[in-house]
Write a protein that binds this ligand. Structure first.
Ligand code: DC
Length: 229
């Protein structure tokens, strides 16, 4: 039987990480885990409980909340994709809302939140044959992953891709605003104290500025072949 591996994908926001990770998982029959969705789900819970006010997170009940909530992924046949659940209810739409997007970096910077989510992520990774994307997967969550990929692309190209996505959703925003948001997120992701975004020493760099998804797939399939032979 073909050997199954763990594929860790990290990189900047709006690099196409999740599209790429989902395509790999589908192609290989692996489980795809969106670790960013887990940070988004915790953020949603804190917002629902009114515990984020004026950019400040009230962490006094955090320990209990992290114990009580259950975050999972369930298969949605209509979308033919996995969707995120929070306490058993699908929250895929809510976790992508601007409100959650605007507060998630704050929540992802809290060490206790990271500790708990890393624990959950490692639990899933016990079974091989997974693709997980995020910011610290190759450096912290799975430092022993057989294949680590660090994705990057020119910020202007990322902004243009993101603008197109938002326009398709009917959201009106300027290229300048999207660019500013991307630069801000890059800065926060790379400069926070807890597990900042950085390339693992043994990660392969995938700069997809001038690559199609098909070209990226050919590139990764070649690596997977080498590692699972
Ligand atoms: O990939 P995303 O945009 O859904 O991530 C949401 C936020 O969570 C973003 O601010 C980065 C953070 N994140 C993180 O700190 N560590 C991860 N493994 C995944 C996401």
């Amino acid at each position: 039987m073909e050997k199954k591996i763990v594929i860790a994908i990290d990189g900047f926001s709006s690099c196409g990480k999740s599209t790429f990770a989902k395509a790999i998982a589908k192609r290989l029959g692996y489980l795809y885990i969106d670790s960013g969705a887990m940070y988004r789900a915790v953020t949603l819970e804190l917002l629902r409980r009114g515990l984020i006010v004026n950019g400040i997170v009230d962490t006094s009940r955090l320990e209990n909340i992290l114990k009580e909530i259950s975050i999972g992924f369930s298969f949605d046949p209509a979308k033919s994709a996995y969707v995120t659940t929070l306490n058993g209810t699908v929250v895929e739409e809510e976790i992508r809302s601007p409100e959650v997007a605007n507060h998630v970096s704050l929540v992802a910077a809290i060490p206790r939140v990271r500790e708990r989510l890393v624990e959950l992520q490692r639990e899933v990774g016990k079974r091989k044959g997974i693709v997980m994307d995020g910011r610290d997967i190759g450096t912290v969550v799975f430092p022993d992953a057989e294949l680590k990929i660090f994705m990057t692309a020119d910020p202007m190209v990322r902004a243009q891709r993101r603008l197109k996505e938002l326009q398709e959703k009917g959201i009106s925003i300027s290229l300048d605003e999207v660019m500013k948001n991307i630069e801000e997120r890059d800065y926060i992701d790379q400069n926070r104290d807890a597990s900042p975004l950085r390339k693992a020493d043994d990660a392969l760099v995938l700069d997809n500025t001038h690559m199609t998804v098909d070209e990226q797939m050919q590139w990764v399939e070649e690596w997977v072949r080498k590692l699972t032979m």
